[in-house]
Design a protein around this ligand. Structure first.
Ligand code: KG4
Ligand code: ZN
Length: 356
């Protein structure tokens, strides 16, 4: 079923440490427009702990979600009757937060008689480039966030073929841990990137796990451990030394990702074809400019087009959930009101749950 009328959806995201609501419209030709996109970042709540505390996150979602939804509807200048559906992240993520969002969405859907569309958070990231750049299927997706490092072929809505994943830490997690061990602040990714911009990436040499190995899996825990050992081996961890370590780490992580992407492009050939493929990058780490520069080279070397949505749509947000919901609703895919929240929910169900 395809829709021949515009679809307007409210999207709700509460699976980690951003409380977010957005309103997005999908035109019948597949063009998307963001009518409102509001985010409450819980950085201040979690900063004293140097990481996301699930219980604090869930409470903050409870406190802020209603107000954010009201603001999103206000910003969009819409009333409930103007909506065609409620999209909400129903996993994977921190279960307390997912429950807050899902229960709120169910309440609105029930009260207003609107369809509920339960969205996989990763699918939100995976489809964002279709909202921002109207990218056609199929494409190769590099998903790099705090919880996930994956390479997938996106063949259609709900059709994902996972080529590789991390066998230990996610890349965003490695950025966060490196920031923590050098006391650079929280969240770690932007802090490491800022510090690295003042550093010399060639002063220290760090390992590049799995580079050149077959397949396109990732491994970051050895790199993280090497950074810890390097930091501990320094007599004084002054500002410049921290900057040089941050730069070396960022370069090593970017090199590893670029190598894995090059392998994935080869592996994706049967599904994407070799001529003019598209590489889409999604997830919070996609905001990193050194990584983007490396991927620009890799894509060009393989005659691939590189598509990176703007940073505020790469990190967690409600617009990506509203959009994924709109894509599903356009295909007639709606959820039952008794749909369950899921802490784990792989995009490619044929792949065993391994790493992230
Ligand atoms: O997609 P996201 O907002 O949340 C998850 O679903 O995980 O990604 C957050 C992750 C964090 O690990 C954060 O440190 C990382 O993305 N990140 C970055 C940058 N901005 C955010 N990593 C490297 N460089 C950045 N500029
Ligand atoms: Zn995310």
């Amino acid at each position: 079923m395809t829709q021949n009328r515009p679809l307007t959806l409210l999207g709700i995201e509460t699976s980690c440490d951003e409380t977010a609501a957005a309103v997005v419209r999908r035109a019948p030709d597949g063009q998307g427009t963001i009518l409102a996109n509001v985010i409450f970042s819980q950085i201040k709540e979690h900063a004293p702990f140097g990481g996301v505390v699930p219980e604090i996150a869930a409470r903050a979602h409870v406190e802020h979600l209603d107000g954010l939804i009201a603001r999103a509807m206000d910003d969009a200048h819409l009333g409930w009757d103007d909506l065609d559906g409620i999209a909400v992240t129903s996993g994977p993520g921190l279960i307390g937060g997912v429950i807050v969002g899902l229960m709120t969405a169910k309440g609105i859907a029930m009260a207003r008689g609107l369809p509920l569309i339960a969205v996989n958070h990763l699918e939100g990231h995976a489809l964002t480039a279709r909202l921002t750049d109207n990218v056609a299927f199929p494409y190769l997706l590099l998903l790099v966030s705090g919880g996930h490092s994956q390479l997938l072929v996106v063949e259609g809505v709900g059709q994902y073929r996972r080529l590789g994943t991390t066998i230990d830490d996610a890349v965003g997690e490695a950025f966060d841990k490196v920031a923590k061990l050098m006391d650079l602040g929280f969240p770690g990714g932007p802090a490491v990137e800022k510090m690295a911009s003042q550093g010399d990436a060639t002063r220290f040499t760090l390992p590049r796990p799995l580079i050149g190995k077959p397949g396109c899996d990732f491994s970051f825990s050895g790199l993280k451990t090497a950074v810890r050992q390097l930091a501990m081996a320094q007599e004084t961890l002054d500002h410049q030394t921290k900057a040089d370590i941050a730069a070396a780490f960022q370069q090593a992580a970017s090199d590893v990702i670029a190598d894995r992407v090059a392998h994935a492009i080869e592996m994706a050939a049967p599904y994407i074809g070799k001529a003019q493929g598209r590489l889409v990058v999604a997830g919070g780490v996609a905001a990193n400019q050194t990584l983007k520069a490396r991927l620009t080279e890799t894509a060009a070397a393989h005659n691939y087009e590189l598509i990176v949505p703007p940073p505020r749509l790469c990190t967690d947000n409600g617009a990506m959930i509203a959009w994924a919901g709109a894509e599903k609703l356009a295909l007639g895919q709606v959820s039952e009101l008794n749909v369950s929240p899921l802490a784990r929910w792989p995009l490619d169900p044929s792949k065993p749950a391994r790493g992230n």
